[in-house]
Design a protein around this ligand. Structure first.
Ligand SMILES: C[S@@+](CC[C@H](N)C(=O)[O-])C[C@H]1O[C@@H](n2cnc3c(N)ncnc32)[C@H](O)[C@@H]1O
Length: 285
C-alpha cells in the first residue's frame, strides 16, 4: 500500500508554502494540524524531534552504525521535515538513506522538498501504523516521535513495536521520542493549540464557509487526547516487552522558553521529554 509521493519541484519551506501543501493534500481530518504545525514548532509550543537533539546525538554517535555505505533509516510518521533535519545533523547526507512514511502526503512533500535542497537521499511512502504494510526493510535505524501516543489501543502500540522489530536489520536500533504529560494529564498549551487549529480550519480549509465553520466547531469540541503513558517507566515497559536492550533518557528542563513559562511547568508539574533507544528484538511467539 506504500506509494511514493514526489514533489514536482523543490519549494521553499515557508509558512505560506506549507499551508498551500496542506490545502492541496490533507484531508479534513488532518488539515488544521498540518497547516498550523509550523507555527507550533516555531513558537516552541509543541514537541518535535528538535527538542530531543541531545538524545539523538548520543544515540546515533555511540551506536555502531554501518561503517561503509549508507545508513538505512526509516522515519515512521513525521509532521514535517524536522525529523529529517535532526537526523542530518548527525548522519551526513552522503551516509544517510532515509525512507519516510506517514498517513498523510503533506509531510512527505515537505520532507522531500527539504531533502532535495540539502542533498539527502529520501524516499517516501503513504503508509499507516501499526501495520506499515508498505515497508519492507531492513533498516539500520528506525526513528519515530510521538507516534505511540496516536495509537490509543494498547494492542496497536504493541503491534507497532513488533512490526518495527521485524523491520530492523541485525544490530539495528529503534529510537523513540515523546513527551509525557505531568500531573495535569494533558500536555501544555493543549487548549491554545486547539483554538489555533480551529482558527486555521475556519480561515483556510478549502471548502464553503459553513463547512469551514463546522470543521472549526468539531476541533474545538473534540476532547483532549488522553496520553497512553503517565510515567516514563510505562514507555520503557512497552519497549522491554518487545526488545531485549532498552535504554531510557529523560529531560526535565523545558526545551523552550514558551514551555518554561507554562503554568504547569512553573508549578513543577510540567511534561517530561523521554527518549528510548531499543535494540535486540526478542523472539516473540
Ligand atoms: C508521528 S506524529 C509526529 C509528530 C512530531 N512531533 C513531529 O514533529 O514530527 C504526527 C504524524 O503522524 C501521522 N500519523 C498519525 N497517525 C498515524 C498512523 N496510524 N500511521 C502513520 N502516520 C500517522 C500524522 O499524519 C502526522 O503527520
Amino acid at each position: 500500500m506504500s506509494s511514493e509521493v514526489t514533489a514536482p519541484v523543490p519549494f521553499p519551506l515557508t509558512l505560506p508554502a506549507v499551508v498551500a501543501t496542506a490545502r492541496r493534500h490533507c484531508t479534513e481530518r488532518c488539515f488544521a494540524y498540518h497547516a498550523s504545525w509550523r507555527i507550533f514548532r516555531r513558537a516552541g509550543l509543541k514537541g518535535h524531534p528538535g527538542w530531543h537533539t541531545g538524545f539523538y546525538q548520543r544515540a546515533l554517535t555511540t551506536h555502531p552504525l554501518p561503517a561503509h555505505g549508507r545508513v538505512r533509516v526509516l522515519i515512521c510518521g513525521a509532521s514535517d521535515e524536522a525529523m529529517l533535519a535532526t537526523l542530518a545533523r548527525f548522519l551526513p547526507p552522503e551516509h544517510l538513506e532515509a525512507h519516510l512514511i506517514d498517513a498523510c502526503p503533506t509531510p512527505l512533500h515537505l520532507a522531500t522538498a527539504y531533502a532535495r535542497r540539502t542533498g539527502i537521499t529520501l524516499t517516501t511512502g503513504l503508509d499507516r501504523a501499526p501495520a506499515l504494510a508498505g515497508c519492507t526493510g531492513p533498516y539500520d535505524v528506525i526513528v519515530t516521535d510521538g507516534l505511540l501516543s496516536l495509537l490509543p489501543a494498547p494492542g496497536d502500540r504493541t503491534a507497532l513495536l513488533a512490526r518495527l522489530a521485524d523491520l530492523l536489520a541485525p544490530g539495528g536500533l529503534v529510537l523513540y521520542t515523546a513527551r509525557i504529560a505531568g500531573a495535569a494529564g494533558v500536555l501544555e498549551y493543549d487548549r491554545i493549540g486547539r483554538r489555533l487549529q480551529a482558527a486555521t480550519a475556519r480561515a483556510l480549509w478549502p471548502a464553503p464557509a459553513d463547512q469551514r465553520r463546522h470543521l472549526a466547531g468539531q476541533i474545538l469540541a473534540r476532547p483532549s487526547r488522553p496520553s497512553p503513558f503517565t510515567a516514563p517507566g510505562q514507555v520503557r515497559a512497552a519497549f522491554t516487552a518487545v526488545f531485549g536492550d532498552v535504554r531510557c533518557y529523560l529531560r526535565r528542563t523545558p526545551p523552550t522558553l514558551t514551555l518554561a513559562l507554562a503554568p504547569t511547568v512553573r508549578a513543577g508539574q510540567g511534561s517530561t521529554c523521554v527518549g528510548i533507544a531499543a535494540r535486540a528484538p526478542r523472539s516473540l511467539p
